[in-house]
Ligand binder design. Structure first.
Ligand code: NAP
Length: 265
């Protein structure tokens, strides 16, 4: 089934959570360009449909959409069963859906903590559990978890997010060990601040709380990156595509940092 040349992912079916917009939509486009069939899973059916329509029109891609909240295990299982029914066994799972609410620790109540852990950590657990049997049957699989630099170092005002992303990296490492002899790789990608709605929301929050201008708020985020810039979501997408390639077969359990030198783990 596996093709080579310009479409190295032909014959593969990738599910991307949060695939309707932001990084997830860029990841979907980059996998489609390499020939994969893709299923976009997210909360908002209209956003998913618009992105699916664009991918199909621009690339003639086979695209399925499934609305589900990744925090809800039963909904994820149902959605992934529908994806499998539409486009075949799932051999690439990109766990990208995430939320990043910011607040000081003493203003981050347990409901916020539970929601962040349920979406950012358990969402990846639920989806991985649903697709792993397909990968085991195919003796080939790629799980890519979109973590963050916040998964490798501490950051103020996002304690729950930091804890969830650290846990996601722990999950990545452990599952990589468990699947190492089964033709499956499991990796994390850890971007720094990236130009998507999450950063737009963070800027709005900073300007609200501090009275700083949007430009000042942006400069404070960009200052984390020694290259002095936001990451482009397409950079993340290209890294995911490489991890999904056969060339990356020996890369497993890794956390690939895309942050202009911000971290050197
Ligand atoms: P975004 O533009 O806000 O997109 C988030 C995506 O996740 C949306 O497609 C959203 O779907 C989906 N989503 C959120 N909660 C969900 C849920 N409960 N169930 C299903 N889907 C859900 O954010 P982004 O920047 O692309 O973030 C993608 C990933 O990158 C996240 O895991 C984030 O933590 C990580 N990351 C982002 C940055 C950054 O600076 N942007 C840096 C490091 C890591 P809806 O359309 O339905 O809301």
């Amino acid at each position: 089934m596996q093709a080579s040349g310009a479409q190295p992912l032909r014959g593969r079916h990738a599910v991307i959570t949060g695939g309707g917009r932001g990084m997830g939509a860029c990841i979907a486009a980059s996998l489609v360009r390499r020939g994969a069939a893709v299923s976009l899973l997210g909360r908002t059916a209209a956003t998913l449909a618009a992105t699916a329509e664009r991918l199909a029109a621009e690339h003639g891609a086979r695209v399925h959409t499934a609305a589900a909240d990744v925090a809800d295990e039963a909904s994820v299982a149902t959605a992934i069963a529908a994806c499998r029914e539409a486009l075949g066994p799932v051999t690439i799972m990109v766990n990208n859906a995430g939320i990043a609410p910011s607040a000081p620790f003493l203003k981050s109540d347990s409901a916020l903590w539970r929601r962040v852990l349920d979406v950012d950590l358990m969402g990846a657990v639920h989806a991985s559990r649903a697709v792993l049997p397909d990968m085991q049957a195919a003796q080939w699989g790629r799980v890519v978890n979109i973590a963050s630099t916040a998964g490798l170092t501490g950051m103020a005002y996002v304690t729950a997010y930091c804890a969830a992303k650290h846990a996601l990296i722990g999950f990545t490492r452990a599952l990589a060990m468990e699947t190492a002899r089964k033709g499956i790789t499991v990796n994390a990608v850890c971007p720094g601040y990236t130009d998507t709605d999450i950063v737009g929301d963070a800027l709005a929050n900073i300007t609200d709380k501090t009275g700083r201008s949007r430009e000042e708020a942006l400069a404070s985020l960009v200052a984390h990156n020694p290259q002095g810039r936001l990451i482009d979501p397409d950079e993340v997408a290209e890294t995911v595509a490489w991890l999904c390639s056969d060339a990356a077969v020996s890369v497993t359990g890794q956390s690939i940092v895309l942050a202009g030198g911000e971290l050197m783990p």
